[in-house]
Design a protein around this ligand. Structure first.
Ligand code: SF4
Ligand code: MG
Length: 465
């Protein structure tokens, strides 16, 4: 998901809509905006679909007055069951004795089932099926006198990943879990301030990056400035390494590093680790593009657009149903036949999850008359599900959980298939010595199976580490 908030600007909702539009790659199912205006009170709008289709009409935007606002773009992950209902769409709103508050959450709470059960037993009435709603109910039970303190109280009971943007009538609040699994940055916009999942959404509104919200930090922004606290037990940060590989936009800056440059560097590492003689290096667009550029630069094999992407399709993976996902590849990607015919082609993609994309692409590219197809993947084999906010299927559906890379190669029917090593990936994100097994600098659970936060609910459901 993507979260965004702004304070101290007129017509906040317009900035929130623009910010969410720049974060659309983080969630495409639905979006929501909440604003506050002293005369109108809190206003809310939630819609299915793309921000550009839902939060652009004057009719909707007029209903969201105020100089403070937050928003959320949703993609449903591990916790959620069934199709998204409009009541699952964030931000969630709660009315407390000291006033209202709205919160937007990116990440996934790993003990949400446990918390929900406990809260329901004690009288909470849940509106949605979302794990994030627990936070509002925990806040409601807190005896603290103000909303940031209630949030701290509530979040101390929450295990898992959270990057949160919240608001009251006068405060914009940002908060990250102790490991800092998901991103969150602070920006300055004229006299006002912005919170955003990624820096690309600061660029779109002309805001300036101040810094990241630190892992385990809460910032409370008012017209008097930023107040920072560290309410949680401090831990060694474990940012999601997959944000660098796939999830974030390449024009974002994370931890001072350009995501594009990291991905290009992954391609350089891949070319060193897994060279092969061929005529062309082609990305599986768009997610494989920077790594393909790096592979081509390092290997000296020309870069070319062997697969053309239809710009009017979203991210295939994020379409939740299997059937749509199967169709999706053809709707989204087509082979550039004239270029491919008779060529030995290296295809670079960011990841193999179920193998749906790679299988279809291989078929399409052989149909087009390629002489050889070599897959190079910009992440290690995805052997484990993510429980921290990225939607991976259960273990049995992960190709790499049931097959070795060689078996995957013959299953996919390609001439070769190589994944970057975990050490190579760490080098590309700036860890010169590779991965330190004693204290890895990132979360890499989907590749290593080492979960930095025990997935409590999943284990209760029979998941085995
Ligand atoms: Fe990121 Fe993978 Fe960790 Fe999930 S399991 S947070 S996708 S590195
Ligand atoms: Mg892709």
């Amino acid at each position: 998901c993507g979260v965004f908030g702004v304070i101290g600007v007129s017509d906040a909702a317009n900035f929130v809509a623009l910010g969410l539009h720049a974060l659309q790659h983080r969630g495409q199912e639905a979006g929501g905006i909440v604003t506050y205006d002293p005369e109108a009170g809190f206003s809310e709008a939630r819609r299915f679909g793309y921000v550009r289709d839902t939060f652009t009409s004057q009719k909707v935007m007029e209903t969201l007055p105020g100089s403070i606002g937050i928003g959320h773009v949703r993609y449903s992950t591990a916790g959620s069951k069934g199709a998204t209902q409009i009541r699952d769409v964030q931000p969630f709103f709660g009315q407390f004795s000291m006033g209202g508050a709205a919160i937007a959450h990116n990440g996934n709470i790993v003990n949400a089932d446990e918390l929900r059960k406990e809260l329901i037993d004690r009288g909470s009435i849940f509106q949605s099926s979302s794990d994030s709603e627990c936070i509002i109910h925990l806040m409601a039970r807190s005896l603290q006198r103000n909303i940031p303190e209630r949030m701290k109280d509530g979040l101390r009971r929450v295990e898992g990943a959270f990057s949160i943007v919240a608001m009251t009538r006068t405060k914009l609040i940002g908060c990250r879990d102790a490991l800092g699994v998901r991103p969150l940055v602070i920006g300055k916009l004229g006299e006002g301030y912005v919170l955003s999942s990624e820096t690309c959404a600061l660029d779109i509104i002309g805001a300036e990056l101040i810094r990241e919200v630190a892992p385990g930090e809460m910032v409370v922004i008012t017209d008097k400035g930023i107040e920072s606290s560290k309410p949680f037990e401090q831990k060694r940060p474990r940012f999601c390494i997959f944000e660098h590989v796939y999830f974030s936009r390449p024009d974002s800056i994370i931890g001072g590093r350009s995501v594009y440059e990291t991905r290009r560097q992954i391609g350089v590492e891949l070319a060193k680790e897994a060279p092969v003689d061929a005529d062309l290096v082609c990305p599986v667009p768009d997610s494989g593009t920077p790594a393909a550029i790096g592979y081509s630069q390092e290997s000296g094999i020309p870069y070319a657009m062997g697969i053309i992407r239809n710009q009017y399709m979203g991210r295939t993976f994020i379409e939740p149903s299997e059937q749509i996902r199967n169709m999706g590849v053809r709707l989204k990607l087509n082979v550039n036949r004239a270029l491919i015919k008779g060529k030995r082609v290296i295809l670079v993609d960011d990841s193999v999850v179920r193998g749906t994309t790679s299988r279809k692409i291989k078929e399409m590219i052989l149909d087009a008359g390629a002489a050889e197809v070599h897959f190079r993947i910009a992440s290690p084999p995805t052997e484990w599900p993510c429980f921290y906010g990225v939607d991976t299927p259960e273990r049995s559906k992960l190709l790499a959980a049931t097959m070795t890379p060689d078996e995957m190669c013959s299953y996919l029917g390609v001439d070769s298939l190589k994944f970057i090593s975990l050490d190579g990936l760490y080098r590309a994100v700036g860890e010169a010595k590779g991965r330190d097994p004693a204290k890895p600098a990132y979360c890499d659970a989907c590749f290593s199976g080492e979960y930095p936060v025990t997935p409590t609910d999943q284990i209760a459901k029979g998941f085995e580490l």
